[in-house]
Design a protein around this ligand. Structure first.
Ligand code: SAM
Ligand code: SF4
Length: 463
């Protein structure tokens, strides 16, 4: 690694002493909530004050503040994507994951390029425009080039009305040169989760393989950014260790990225461990995170890093997904399968973990529409080069909203015109009209012009 990019260091003892001193103080909590309402974010000490909340009254105040900030910054937009599992080959032994090397219960499969194209076609036919390509940490004969080929295949599939316009990836950490080659494949975000920032727990749950090396993994984002990938996503697998420790460590990670690169991460993912075949620990996570703490976490992250996307997957059930949308989640997966080839044929024996939300994209779209959200399939920023620091410079003064809402509407209408069931189309068209009426005249006219183009048969129109 270049001298200019020091390694990420998590100060465990500082986190431990902060957590030992934690106790609910209503005056302090309200001071922090007042500051959070200014939408400039919070530091770790302030976030800790919010973690101390136990009383129902303060909890409701936390949630209300988070709802306001979420609404102010993100409006009614909600980005939708689907994971595309291309391979479950893996050389690591992560005790919580069905893909772990030593698990005989899972059928191993790496899709060939024809199969990747078929899965992509199925996702396009559902109306998706963004995929998250996922793979275990071992590749077929072609090596890492296999992943590059998969990305190219996904981008190459074209349909009458649609195509995948942004491929994000969640694959094992790479060397800087390999990250450069990955960037050249025109990926959107590179994601890698630390799983747990607590070193001892990390070593207990990662039994063998390259992933056992905590430092190699925690510095993956540094290497990706050094290689010029400026949209990066981090995350924690909640349930392995104390969620409050993990959150403070995650904030330390983000602070160091900001110090080194002038910008932190683009997204944070908040998976909780789900039961997985042949992965005993997934049935009884060492420190399971309950639903109240999970909502608290989402609200605290929304207030602490207001401009960072928060991703929730179909691991959570529909009710939890609905609740957390208002508290801070800005992106969700929909209609997901977690086994390679899963969109063509479901096979639990190949899945990575079980899902909490089994609904189709159409059902998810109808549900979030009924809550007043605009399902967005937008990929505009990434294709216009509004990424990394450029994105944050627009997001922080609230400017990104000018693009997002307009583009969200045009992609939503694209979905309604070409992929929605009649029921969803009726609900969606009603919402589109309602939202247009509420817009300022200037934004309304810009939005209407895109929406009209889409209804007249153009597609992929964005600002
Ligand atoms: N193999 C790569 C890695 O480990 O980073 C990338 C793909 S891995 C399938 C993606 C993520 O799935 C992991 O980072 C982990 O957080 C998550 N995961 C693994 N087992 C899980 C489980 N039982 N429940 C929920 N998420 C799980
Ligand atoms: Fe392999 Fe990733 Fe699963 Fe670990 S989490 S066993 S590295 S696929």
């Amino acid at each position: 690694m270049a001298e200019t990019t020091p390694n990420i260091i998590i100060d465990e003892s500082k986190i431990m002493s902060t957590l030992e001193a934690i106790s609910e103080d209503a005056v302090r909590v309200r001071e922090v909530l007042a500051k959070a309402s200014e939408m400039k974010g919070l530091d770790a000490v302030e976030a800790t004050a919010l973690m101390s909340i136990e009383s129902p009254e303060l909890l409701e105040e936390l949630f209300q503040t988070a709802r306001r900030v979420k609404d102010e910054i993100y409006g009614k937009r909600l980005v939708l994507f689907a994971p595309l599992y291309v391979s479950n080959l893996c050389a690591n032994d992560c005790t919580y994951c069905a893909f772990r090397k030593g698990n005989p219960a899972v059928h191993r499969r790496a899709l060939n390029q024809e199969e990747v194209a078929q899965e992509t076609q199925l996702l396009i036919d559902q109306g998706h425009k963004r995929v998250l390509l996922v793979a275990g940490e071992a590749y077929p004969k072609a090596g890492l080039k296999y992943i590059f080929d998969c990305i190219e295949t996904v981008y190459d599939v074209k349909s009458e009305w649609g195509e995948i316009r942004r491929v994000n990836v969640n694959i094992a950490p790479l060397e800087v040169d390999e990250f450069r080659a990955l960037k050249a494949c025109k990926i959107g975000t590179y994601q890698v989760f630390q799983e747990t920032y607590h070193k001892e727990t990390y070593s207990n749950v990662h039994l063998s393989g390259k992933k056992r090396d905590f430092d190699w993994r925690i510095n993956a984002i540094n290497r990706a950014m050094e290689a010029g990938i400026d949209d990066v996503g981090i995350g924690v697998l909640f349930g392995l260790y104390d969620w409050r420790f993990e959150t403070l460590a995650l904030l330390q990670h983000i602070t160091q990225l900001e110090q080194h690169f002038g910008v932190g991460c683009h997204t944070i993912s908040v998976p909780r461990i789900e039961p997985a075949v042949g992965a005993e620990i997934s049935e009884h996570p060492p420190m399971p995170m309950n639903d109240v703490d999970f909502r608290k976490l989402v609200a605290i992250l929304r207030l602490t890093v207001p401009y960072t996307g928060l991703i929730m997957s179909t691991r959570e059930d529909p009710e939890m997904r609905r609740e957390t949308l208002s508290l801070g989640v800005s992106q969700i997966s929909a209609g997901s399968r977690t086994n390679p080839g899963g969109y063509g044929e479901e096979d639990y024996e190949m899945s990575q973990f079980s899902l909490g939300d089994h609904r189709s994209v159409d059902e998810v779209v109808r549900d979030i529409t009924s809550m007043g959200y605009i399902p967005s399939f937008c990929t505009g920023c990434y294709r216009m080069g509004r990424t990394g620091q450029d994105f944050m410079e627009l997001a922080k003064p609230g400017l990104i909203k000018h693009y997002c809402e307009v583009n969200a509407m045009s992609t939503f209408v694209e979905f309604l015109e070409h992929y929605a069931s009649p029921e969803t189309k009726t609900a969606g068209d009603t919402l589109v009209n309602e939202i247009l009426t509420e817009m300022t005249p200037e934004r309304r006219s810009r939005t209407e012009s895109l929406v009209t183009k889409v209804r007249d048969g153009e597609h992929d129109v964005y600002v």
